[in-house]
Write a protein that binds this ligand. Sequence first.
Ligand code: ACO
Length: 343
Amino acid sequence: MSTTQIFKNPRAQHNFQGRTCSITAVGSYVPERIMTNADMEKIVDTTDEWITTRTGIKERRIAAENEFTSDMAAKAAQRAMERAGVTAAQIDLIIVATITPDMMFPSTACLVQSKIGAKRAAAFDIEAACSGFIYAMEIGQQFIMSRTYETVLIIGAERLSSIVDWKDRNTCVLFGDGAGAAILQHRPDAHGLLTACMGADGDKAMLLCMPGGGSRIPATADSVEAGLHHLQMDGKETFKNAVNAMMSAATEALRRCEIDITQIKLVIPHQANRRIIDAVTERLKVKPDQVFVNLDKYGNTSAASVAIALDEAVQQNRLQRGDLALLVVFGAGLTWAAAVIEW
Ligand code: ACO
């Protein structure tokens, strides 16, 4: 069945007056330094066995001392640009999704703009934690569909190693650093993002947060001493919310496209915890070989997670041009999102 036959619903096609939003290319970057579970055992009271069975994570990448979120973002962007055959001068807009910007301001997107030399581009950050890359994709798509811009660079990039509490075994074992990027363009011959749905629940904001450093609790010697500039998480509650929100976002995205899960070649979920991925994909009745998992190598890289996974899935030929993929994410906010893309 051709895609045109599958996507009868014009809204689902995101096909507005002949305009579609194609994902021309993707790219990613992870730092060289690998930190294994054995390395974690030397820092906190944990074991490889606990981390592996509770999360599925075996190792994570940690940025070098002088390597910041914007550096990783620029490297991922350059890989995506090379593959897309897009020059810096062609980029109209840069959106960086991150919860670990280089600085409170200016935006990391502006720093990336300078690093890649995209002088014409507008640039801004968005913050939707682990859901950020799909949020950025949906925002970028709106600019393409409205004919405001022709080429949008979206990036999910994180240096979570700079905000985790390396003394807290509940959280420090879970996270890693990295970046993933995609080039969005209108291409008359190709689809890309078919639908995306996003959601949020600010009533549960405090389940997963970094309390200090903003206008509520500016940095003081006391706030640093109290550990308020580290990521804090109620793991159990976050877990429950993640499974439910990812399930309903995925179901809604499929419904909007009028397809069922058997038409999806690959599910690419947020890489936070193997047990969350299994719970969601079992409920969606997805076969294990239809699910892309790389959290064993990288841990949870928040906004970069699904972007790195999409890039690896493409590089490993798990997705061929024309295949349908379901991306589904969840993060602090709380936020969640799902997208159906035709690669
Ligand atoms: N090593 C050994 N023991 C540990 C460790 C560790 N690294 N961490 C916690 N424990 C202990 C706890 O202290 C607890 O011990 P206790 O029973 O004596 O108190 C025990 O293990 C069980 O802890 P739980 O919290 O019940 O473990 P759980 O099975 O819930 O797993 C986890 C914890 C992995 C954090 C899980 O809850 C999870 O993945 N939550 C969701 C995370 C997530 O999805 N985040 C989403 C987005 S992240 C973002 O937006 C930035």
